[in-house]
Design a protein around this ligand. Structure first.
Ligand code: C2E
Ligand code: MG
Ligand code: MG
Length: 530
């Protein structure tokens, strides 16, 4: 169709004809000589041809011609892919376009964005109207690229751009700033209008995308800055919006935040920690602590959770809850994960050779690690290296991470279970598992989140939730462990409601390696209610 449109010939006029009918006589002979020598030797040829339409008009086309061979190796056909590169006028338009628009998504690029924003800011100033600037960064885009490959990454960017474009209104500014960063601006928009804009974006982005037969739900972190409150120049507005985006990225992802002046400080700390973390491995600032888990049946220690600790010489102890998300954002997620696993296995091996009575040790898996398609292979390799039997290793995956992509989660769990490893779901009750997914997960234990355990004694809702989690787990053939158990009143409630295990300060704080080893040799008794 494109050919008939461009050449002016109808389908019936050209079918079976030789392409020679297009010749204008203007293409240099050397071009044809070059073309045929390539094609005759079986190679594709690329070049420009000056051809003639049916009405006699000349046009320049860029052609890519491939020889096609039959089974015997003889060239039987040629396949030409052609593009009308137009006359000089459109060529200069194209150069203009290339300098202002992003090739991949077709959206304005950074250059055009800055120009348009400048204009929008001047207009807002003249009209004394607000203006909202939004910085959007796709969540976990690096992982999408790593897991599915760059071509898929590109198609995700294109699709995201297309969807953002769907919600634009007349006068909106939308651009691809760089990589997976997009900037959006809407005139005459205050904070209420800005929230509306955010909701529209979250909405269009949340429709699943199918990538290599897997459904993927895109989420994004967004930062908002308002003219004139947060800044009156394009530079300031962009900086504030980006800062606010980073805040979301470090805290929750898949959400938005307005700029506030204290963010600058927090972002500075995040940057400082990220840089320091890269050195923490070689400077041996990381170590593991182990927190025992106890059976409520008979009080014996059934296992332990390995928890990561980072002591920075100047900044002091930094919580894993703070630095693990930073590590993930900096692409250090799997390095941290591998360090933890390797060291847990090293400790297990050592205890075994010292004759310490072993229990299984649970290692926390981050969402990023869990999304790696070669996770099971890596674990298998590390296990073999360590000579530790798989029965001593367990993984904890947070409910939120598991539900991010339940199909893939089910598969990864199966791969890990095949290696003989146990799996539990961490922070259970904070995500939104559906029973149908839970049923298919290869999980033997649910860890009831601390937030429910905390008020279990006096909050009737938390009581009901914990009770429901325990019954549901049992009916699915899983056991339960309550996290963060600090008081004997909590213990009594849990025991009365048939929770299987507990972990928390009541029995023991997380212990350094030697202290934990000591505990394994002679575990203190726990006072269990009848
Ligand atoms: P989590 O896996 O839910 O770990 C339980 C957290 O509760 C730990 O905090 C633990 O020290 C704390 N805790 C234990 N008992 C009690 C108690 O009785 N009361 C209270 N208030 N807290 C208690 P921690 O060690 O600061 O770890 C926080 C989170 O960081 C962990 O939550 C886990 O999600 C993450 N994390 C820790 N180590 C690792 C790791 O090696 N890899 C990954 N990916 N994440 C880790
Ligand atoms: Mg955990
Ligand atoms: Mg937990």
């Amino acid at each position: 169709e494109a050919f008939t449109r461009n050449s002016g010939y109808s389908m019936s006029e050209v079918l079976g004809q030789n392409p020679r009918i297009l010749q204008s006589g203007k293409t240099a002979r050397t071009v044809f000589v070059d073309m045929w020598s390539k094609l005759a030797s079986g190679q594709p040829w690329k070049g420009e041809l000056i051809n003639r339409r049916k009405n006699g008009q000349e046009y320049t086309e860029e052609a890519l011609i491939y020889p096609i061979r039959n089974e015997a190796g003889a060239v039987t056909h040629y396949l030409a892919y052609k593009q009308d590169v137009g006359d000089k006028k459109t060529a200069s338009e194209r150069i203009q376009y290339l300098s202002e628009f992003d090739q991949l998504t077709g959206l304005p690029n950074r250059t055009l964005l800055l120009e348009q924003l400048q204009f929008a800011v001047s207009q807002a100033r003249r009209e004394v109207k607000p203006l909202a600037v939004l910085w959007l960064n796709l969540d976990l885009f690096r992982d999408i690229n790593n897991t599915f490959g760059h071509a898929s990454g590109d198609s995700v960017l294109r699709e995201a751009a297309h969807r953002m474009h769907e919600i634009t209104q007349e006068g909106d500014i939308i651009a691809r700033y760089s990589g997976d960063n997009f900037v959006f601006a809407r005139a005459n928009t205050d904070q209420y209008g800005a929230i509306q804009m955010v909701n529209q974006l979250l909405n269009v982005l949340s429709r699943p995308i199918v990538l290599q037969d897997e459904e993927l739900v895109l989420t994004a972190s967004m930062g908002l800055a308002l003219y004139p409150n947060d800044g009156v120049s394009v530079t300031d507005l962009m900086r504030c919006a980006e800062t606010a985006m980073y805040r979301v990225k470090h805290e929750s992802r898949n959400s938005y935040s307005f700029y506030s002046p204290d963010m600058q400080e927090r972002t500075a700390r995040a940057l400082q920690l990220t840089n320091a973390l890269k050195l923490a491995f070689t400077r041996q600032e990381l170590r593991l602590v182990y927190q025992p888990q106890v059976s409520l049946q008979d009080g014996h220690v059934t296992g332990a959770e390995a928890l990561l600790r980072w002591h920075h010489p100047q900044l002091g102890d930094i919580s894993p809850a703070e630095f693990i998300p930073l590590a993930e954002n900096a692409g250090l997620g799997s390095q941290v994960g591998e360090w933890v696993l390797q060291n847990v296995l090293k400790d297990l091996h050592e205890w075994e050779s010292l004759g310490v009575p072993l229990v299984k040790v649970a290692v926390n898996l981050s969402a990023v690690q869990f999304a790696e398609t070669d996770l099971a292979d890596k674990v298998k390799f590390q296990l073999e290296q360590s000579k530790v039997a798989p029965q001593w290793l367990e993984f904890e995956l947070t409910e939120i991470a598991a539900m991010r992509n339940p199909e893939q989660a089910a598969q990864s769990m199966l791969d890990l279970a095949t290696l003989g490893l146990k799996l539990s779901i961490d922070d259970f009750g904070t995500g939104y598992s559906s029973l149908s997914h839970l049923k298919r997960f290869k999980v033997y234990k649910l860890k009831i989140d601390q937030s429910f355990v905390r008020n279990i004694v006096d909050d009737p809702e938390d009581k009901a939730i914990v009770d429901a989690i325990i019954s549901m787990a049992h009916s699915l053939g899983m056991i339960t462990i309550a996290e963060g158990v600090e008081t004997s009143a909590q213990l009594a409630f849990l025991k009365a409601h048939h929770c299987d295990e507990i972990q928390g300060y009541l029995y023991s704080r997380p212990l350094r390696k030697l202290d934990f080893e000591q505990l394994l040799r002679s575990p203190p008794a726990i006072d269990l209610p009848a």
